[in-house]
Design a protein around this ligand. Structure first.
Ligand code: ADP
Ligand code: MG
Length: 682
């Protein structure tokens, strides 16, 4: 027997060339090969009479060869072989191009099983290059459910089928990781059957069963991993905070908190008093006021003598949080520090010294916070903002800077609840389901180029009333072959031709940190009227005086992204608007964008986006911190996800240390999965 870890080159027919082709599919070992699952199947189990064959629909049929194949040499490099076949319903001419050798195997008077599609190009029946097998040969290309694999140049489906069959014949499939009890409860196939059945199903039904099992398995491993993390953390201790009185904090707030904010803060205070590390997610739509909840948490940590750190996904956001939090907390005698990658070496050094000495009490920053050089004196609370941008590993890296610090995760994007379960399966959740009072919903319009003049006038009107506008473009630079607005060029056009009298600023991700900071600062202070930007402003940017958001080529963005962008306006008292430009005429696209005009409920939009585009796009594939599921599709397999989640929670509960025969293999898989996930992040 071979081992799963053996290289695929031990298989017959796989030399260096084939191995290279497999390598481009990330297949190196027998395990990789066995876990290379089909993307679909062709049902070749049913035998159809020739008469019933449909044009362009491939099918199997049994037929007798009615003459000896005849080959004509048409020209150099082109041979055509023709042969007649028939069953009791009809006759059919088969044509093979440059396949004389193959076609000549068809013997006059013998019966074969064929698989192919009749073409409608000719009068009468004709079929080009069907595959065939004699009745007594084993069913390889006919009379079976044929898996269809993801392929790469030079590698045929048949080659993969053959390689997989060999691999399954010489080594055992991956070990069972789902306890028997769970398998029975949820009616799923055992591992050994599933791994065979996914590649060599006896029927389409069996293929479905195998797929269901493997999807379940993927979700089960991931949620079991989260359950284990949660269980491990539950055993940890943290100092129980005694001072959770917020009177002083409330006194400096420029507004009264919403009921939802107060509830979240109360939940956090209860966590902090408990003596175990807090693991809490605060989820709320754009503008629901998460920053204040974070500030209250930081205030409590600091009152109890510990440091708090807040990590934001972008420099702009970190700087903005730094500005608003220092304004709020400095009057309370709290030292707030900024640490970002784009600071000068000296600035960073000074900041780090103050962090290490404990002088800095609240540290706001970007990834720079998790770099090795950053050492905290006594980190008691870790806050990550816009969490979906960070993976599990970064969350872990920052909590590693303290001794089991409290963790508060802020999620801006209203993630569909099911996905939230998956991403945050190890967290308690507080939901901010209330916007600060006086917020009017942002009115959203979908328009095409014919509205350009009117929208320009609309921009002018907002500016003349003392407000500001965002104009978001899908790209930074002009891109050959892509007819989309580029921020740089568009900013120039607006400046020179459209609004020569207005102050136009430009902001994009390729600018240097300090430059971005100054542009953003100017705009926030009201020193520019129109900010032309890319999606760098998508997250968190808070300029309450901005009342108009114009998105160019809106069809280039995901719904959730547009919702985030729209969240940049409507943050003050004045009525705000969002204009989506799109010349795309595709009815589906327009319908998608219309959905945004109809609702401002982020959860609804997120569900819609997930349904339409899948989670990869939803998060930006690399940013999600989610493992790349091989079989599971998060937008359609939600039932299975829920089942797997229940099952894994029970597994951890009922067996505590989980001593089922499967648990060792499961632990290994979990470790492997989290290692892989971490490896793909930033
Ligand atoms: P988000 O949840 O999107 O992070 P922010 O925390 O940035 O929202 O808050 C959005 C805006 O609302 C900010 O300008 C903030 O100062 C303001 N804000 C937050 N809470 C309240 C409140 N209770 N009343 C009025 N304004 C508030
Ligand atoms: Mg925010």
């Amino acid at each position: 027997m071979a081992k799963l870890s053996d290289p695929i080159t031990i298989l017959k027919g796989i030399g260096p060339t084939k191995a290279k082709q497999f390598a481009t599919l990330n297949i190196f070992t027998l395990e990789d090969l066995i876990c290379h699952f089909p993307r679909g199947y062709e049902d070749r189990t049913k035998i159809v009479p020739i008469e019933k064959l449909e044009v362009d629909v491939p099918a199997c049929f049994k037929a007798m060869v009615m003459n000896t194949p005849r080959t004509s040499h048409i020209r150099k490099g082109l041979d055509i072989t023709k042969v007649q076949v028939a069953d009791h319903t009809a006759r059919l001419t088969l044509t093979f191009f440059n396949q004389k050798f193959t076609a000549d195997q068809l013997q006059y008077g013998k019966e074969y099983i064929f698989y192919g599609a009749v073409s409608g190009d000719f009068i009468g029946y004709n079929m080009t290059s069907p595959v065939f097998e004699s009745l007594d040969s084993p069913p390889v290309t006919t009379r079976r459910v044929l898996p269809v694999y993801p392929l790469t140049a030079g590698l045929s489906n048949a080659a993969v089928v053959k390689a997989v069959a060999q691999a399954l014949a010489i080594c055992d499939p991956p070990r069972e990781i789902i306890p028997e009890q769970v398998r029975q409860e949820f009616g799923i196939l055992p591992a050994d059957r599933a791994y065979y059945a996914i590649h060599q199903p006896a029927s389409m039904e069996e293929a479905e069963m195998a797929k269901k099992r493997l999807i379940f398995e993927e979700f089960f491993v991931f949620s079991a991993g989260l359950s284990l993390m949660r269980a491990a953390r539950a055993l940890k201790k943290a100092p129980a905070y005694e001072k959770t009185d917020l009177t002083q904090f409330y006194n400096v707030l420029p507004f009264t908190l919403t009921g939802a904010q107060n509830r979240a803060i109360a939940e956090i205070a209860a966590d902090l008093r408990r003596g175990a590390p807090m693991n809490r997610l605060v989820q709320g739509d754009v503008g629901s006021g998460k920053t204040m909840v974070a500030a209250a948490a930081a205030y409590m940590a600091i009152q109890n003598g510990h440091q708090a750190a807040m990590m934001a996904p972008t420099e702009i956001l970190a700087e903005q949080h730094f500005a608003s939090l220092s304004k709020l907390l400095t009057p309370l005698g709290i030292a707030v520090e900024l640490l970002t990658g784009s600071q000068t070496v000296k600035q960073k050094r000074v900041a780090r010294e103050r962090i290490e000495s404990g002088q800095a009490q609240l540290v706001v920053g970007t990834h720079a916070l998790v770099s090795e050089a950053t050492v905290f004196a006594d980190l008691g609370l870790v806050i990550t903002d816009e969490q979906h941008r960070f993976g599990v590993s970064q969350r872990a890296a920052l909590t590693g800077k303290g001794q089991d610090p409290h963790l508060l995760v802020m999620s801006a994007t209203p993630i569909p609840r099911t996905l939230a379960l998956l991403l945050y399966g190890d967290l308690e959740v507080s939901i901010l389901d209330e916007l600060p009072p006086g917020r009017e919903p942002v009115d959203t319009f979908l328009v095409d180029e014919s509205y350009r003049a009117r929208i320009n006038a609309f921009i002018r009107k907002h500016v003349s009333e003392g407000h500001q506008c965002f104009v978001v473009c899908p790209a930074v630079e002009e891109n050959e072959g892509l007819d989309i607005k580029a921020a740089e060029v568009w900013a120039e056009t607006l400046k020179q031709k459209v609004f020569p009298d207005l102050r136009i600023a430009l902001l994009h991700g390729q600018m240097k940190g300090a430059e971005k900071e100054s542009v953003m600062g100017d705009f926030a202070r009201g020193d520019a009227d129109v900010l032309v930007a890319t999606t760098v402003i998508e997250v968190g940017v808070d300029v309450p005086n901005a009342t108009l958001m114009v998105v160019e080529d809106a069809d280039r963005f995901g719904l959730s992204q547009l919702h985030q962008l729209r969240g940049r306006v409507g943050r003050g008292k004045a009525k705000s608007y969002c204009v989506l430009f799109s010349n795309n005429k595709n009815p589906e696209t327009r319908q998608r964008l219309q959905a945004l005009c109809k609702t401002t409920d982020g959860f609804q939009i997120a569900e819609e986006d997930l349904r339409l585009r899948g989670p990869g796009d939803f998060f930006g594939a690399r940013q999600s911190g989610l493992p790349a599921f091989r079989v599971a599709n998060l937008s359609v397999d939600l039932q299975t996800l829920k089942a797997a989640q229940q099952a894994s929670a029970k597994w951890i509960d009922s067996s505590g240390t989980a001593n089922t025969p499967e648990s060792e293999a499961l632990r290994q898989r979990i470790a492997g999965l989290f290692a892989r996930t971490d490896g793909t992040m930033n």
